[in-house]
Design a protein around this ligand. Structure first.
Ligand code: PHE
Length: 501
């Protein structure tokens, strides 16, 4: 429908409403001007008027009947086949069935059947004989006309009869009840949808009419990215660290030397963790440059080989090549080590953390991948002790609603004492390991040149574990990799670590 005919129809509806008795069109199907307009067009026009608050309307549905092609053709001709047949027989005395068929074609059979039934005809052998003197009234045609006009018939028996004859089919007819709206008028004012800077500058916004907001319409979902659950939990941990006065370490490098990843941490060169089965080594480049701090490099060699700072060392021939091999870092403690080495230039208490990716050559299963994220914290302080470590762990995990920790003696090459941290998992009904911790060894700290009484404690945990617990993921491959459901990523809620286990 063109826009000008839409406008015309809108004005027409407003006029009809205005002329109506109580400002109401109770059924558009009964209005002589509106009844023939198809319901889609009418509904579009009514909706547009409603959006301007000029009218309101209600959809009405009626079960009606419509004519089939066959019955439409009866109306077009002006008679039904039975009348056509009787007419022929009255006008042609002695006509045979064959002759009738020749004249009327298909209608001859239908018409004869009905005419015999109505007792308008009889036959003598092949000859048809009229049982009426004049043409009977075409009641079926009249009924069809009535249905065409009103969609139904008074006489229910006749209606079923016509249905049986397949002359009518049921249809749903749609009409509308229309009433005046708050802003009813006979003229249509076009409403502005947006306020523009021009309207404000020339002050005509005061005279313009604005389209009201439709608070019932559903907005469309904006396209946007979504944070991965690991990133959400990481963000929670970061906030906890920041709230406790920690600074974030620059952890954005995956490749380290054996030196920083192992040697500086007093991990002997023959330690099983350095095996190919546990660590990924780089093929290209094969070898790194020596670190700049030559004195430190020497200290590390000595503390491993013959011992230093009161330690007897490991007593093995320390090899430069092993130290210069390049690895995908197996823990973020390599970063902590570098940061502590920097701290030795200007030793003072500090708190550092990092949350980033590490790599281990592990068999992949439902809870392990060859890479994961570590949450790591380090605290340097004068004369701090194991008691401080335990106290701090209580505070740190307390922020996640995990209290009642247990500690178990453990072994790390770079810490002494070392402790695994356990918490009671209410869901699983058992104690689970939630982290690893310890006091960094003097072999490590004194090689860097840190003063003896500036002690450093550290701890680490995986980011995946709390994330899986928080989001109820039991298979790590649903969290990382090609099996991750994007829908899960887009719809999962923000992480709150106030009650972790
Ligand atoms: N690097 C240890 C791990 O990979 C965690 C840790 C960090 C332990 C610092 C003690 C001190 O599990």
């Amino acid at each position: 429908m063109s826009s000008s005919s839409t406008d015309k129809l809108q004005l027409e509806i407003l006029q009809i409403l205005n002329d109506s008795k109580d400002g109401i069109i109770s059924n558009t199907l009964e209005d002589p001007k509106l009844k023939s307009i198809d319901s889609n067009t009418l509904q579009a026009v009514l909706t547009s008027l409603w959006s301007k608050e000029m009218i309101k309307f209600e959809k009405l549905e009626f079960d009606k009947w419509s004519l089939t092609k066959e019955s439409e053709s009866f109306i077009a001709k002006g008679f039904t086949p039975e009348i056509e047949v009787v007419n022929e027989v009255l006008n042609n005395k002695g006509i045979t069935i064959k002759e009738l068929q020749g004249k009327l074609g298909a209608s001859a059979n239908v018409g004869q059947g009905k005419a015999f039934k109505n007792k308008w005809l009889s036959k003598d052998k092949d000859v048809l004989i009229a049982q009426v003197e004049t043409l009977p009234e075409d009641t079926v045609l009249n009924e069809l006309k009535e249905i065409k006009e009103k969609g139904t018939l008074q006489d229910a028996k006749e209606l079923t009869e016509l249905k049986k004859r397949k002359l009518i089919t049921p249809v749903k007819i749609i009409g509308y009840k229309v009433i005046k709206g708050d802003k009813f008028a006979l003229e249509i004012v076009n409403l502005e949808t947006d306020i523009t800077s021009d309207m404000i500058l020339n002050s005509n916004w005061k005279d313009l009419k604005f389209k009201p907001y439709n608070f019932n319409s559903e907005g469309f979902f904006p396209q946007s990215g979504a944070l991965h659950p690991l990133n959400k939990v990481r963000e929670e941990f970061r906030q906890i660290f920041f709230s406790m006065g920690f600074q974030e370490m620059p952890s954005n490098q995956y490749v380290e030397t054996g030196f920083w990843n192992f040697d500086t941490l007093f991990v002997p060169q023959q330690h099983p963790a350095r095996d190919l089965q546990d660590t990924f080594y780089l093929k290209d480049p094969l070898k790194a440059k020596k670190p700049e701090d030559e004195e430190y490099w020497k200290n590390i060699q000595q503390v491993h080989q013959q011992g230093k700072y009161g330690s007897i060392g490991y007593r093995y021939p320390w090899k430069e090549e092993e130290s210069l091999r390049m690895v995908l870092r197996t823990h973020t403690t390599a970063i902590s080590s570098k940061m502590l080495h920097d701290l030795a230039k200007d030793p003072k208490p500090c708190r550092l953390f990092s949350i980033d990716r590490v790599f281990r050559n592990e068999a992949v299963d439902a809870t392990h991948l060859a890479e994961f994220h570590q949450v790591e914290g380090v605290i340097a302080g004068y004369d701090i002790t194991l008691g401080d470590l335990i106290g701090f762990m209580d505070d740190f995990f307390g922020k996640m609603g995990v209290d009642n920790l247990r500690f178990k003696a453990a072994y790390n090459p770079y810490t002494e004492p070392s402790m695994e941290i356990f918490a009671y998992h209410k869901g699983l009904g058992k104690w689970v390991e939630i982290g690893n911790s310890g006091m960094f060894r003097p072999e490590m700290l004194e090689s860097m040149g840190l003063p003896k009484n500036l002690r450093v404690l550290g701890w680490g945990l995986s980011l995946e574990r709390p994330t899986m617990i928080k989001y109820g993921v039991s298979n790590i491959r649903e969290l990382l990799g090609h099996k991750v459901s994007l829908d899960f990523i887009e719809t999962n809620p923000a992480a709150r670590l106030d009650e972790l286990l």
